[in-house]
Design a protein around this ligand. Structure first.
Ligand code: SAM
Length: 314
């Protein structure tokens, strides 16, 4: 429960909200719900309080009331920085959609200073090394003229591949994550923005594209893989990780990250015209100490077939 604290503009409501959060931390959800309802009588447009009330009502087993509170939180903050709409998707009352950019940006801007330590020490993050192993095992020449790191974050994935890349570009939604990446001095260029918009707007072409633990913030993989394909040179490689589940489609997990079934990954790659080389089960991180099921994928944009001698040419 880590609602971003945004003031209601009413000092008493803010104080009640803080006290309600203390009650949440102590596990007294019934008292917290009462206090949050009182807070919202004073400040009915207080998105953080509606959001926390949604979480608390869910803890109390009141699913419909929780959905109502998340709905109010989403309505109270059009940027949806808390990700209330994602809870509505998770609760099955709204269809799966792309994550709001402002939610992802707020999440990672807040996370950036402690990201490297939290991921590597706390969550046993291994996506960069697993992806590097998979690309090496694919038989790739391991010399890339221009590589692109999608959702580069602080540069953990970029750092693993840097020795093999003459030029390395990174793109990420979160300026604070990009500031951490810049300080590492491993990228030739860093851009702030959404991965699909970046790919669609750019004219650069890459012979290697990396997406280490990024696609869990996207629902349907078809648009991003189509955009990736357009930015690849013939013979280029794409390496990415996803969280997965036993079904075929895309589901939003309780953690508010999307899990992609293997069939969805295969289908989206095939539709994009990319040839799958590797799709291996792997765990890139833990969640509350438990390994999260995932997949490591490597795909190729096949070079065009050359005609036999004597064919064509007229
Ligand atoms: C779990 S971090 C992984 C960062 C990095 N790839 C690594 O291996 O450490 C996910 C990153 O993806 C970025 N991200 C998520 N959705 C994005 C999108 N649609 N466009 C650009 N960046 C995105 C986040 O801002 C965050 O920095």
């Amino acid at each position: 429960m880590d609602a971003i604290f945004l003031s209601s503009g009413d000092v008493i409501a803010d104080r009640r909200f803080e006290y309600a959060r203390d009650l949440v931390a102590e596990g007294d959800f019934a008292a917290a719900a009462d206090l949050l309802e009182q807070t919202l009588e004073l400040a009915p447009g207080y998105a953080a309080a509606w959001f926390t009330l949604g979480e608390v009502r869910e803890r109390l087993g009141a699913r419909d009331a929780a959905a109502a509170a998340f709905g109010k939180a989403a309505a109270a903050d059009p940027q949806d920085r808390h990700g209330a709409n994602l809870h509505l998707i998770r609760l099955g009352v709204a269809p799966a959609t792309a994550m709001p950019e402002s939610y992802v940006r707020s999440l990672f801007d807040g996370y950036a200073p402690k990201f490297d330590h939290a991921l590597t020490q706390g969550l046993s993050y291994r996506a960069p090394e697993l992806l590097l192993q998979a690309v090496q095992a694919s038989g790739a020449a391991m010399t890339f003229a221009h590589a692109l790191d999608l959702g580069c974050g602080t540069g953990l994935g970029g750092a693993a591949f840097k020795p093999f890349c003459a030029k390395l570009t990174g793109v990420d939604l979160s300026p604070a994550m990009l500031a951490q990446a810049k300080a590492k001095n491993i990228y030739d260029r860093l851009d702030a923005g959404d991965v699909v918009s970046f790919l669609d707007a750019g004219t650069a072409r890459y012979d290697f594209i990396l997406a280490a633990d990024v696609f869990m913030y996207l629902d349907d993989l078809h648009p991003v893989l189509a955009a990736v394909k357009r930015a690849m040179t013939p013979g280029a490689l794409l390496a990415f990780s996803v969280e997965t589940h036993d079904g075929d489609g895309v589901m939003l997990r309780d953690t508010l990250r999307y899990a992609h079934g293997a069939a969805h990954v295969r289908a989206a790659l095939a539709v994009a015209g990319l040839t799958l080389i590797t799709l291996e089960p792997a765990t890139t991180r833990t969640e509350k100490g438990v390994p999260v099921p995932g997949l490591i994928a490597v795909a190729l944009l096949p070079p065009p077939l050359r005609g036999r001698v004597g064919e064509g040419g007229h």
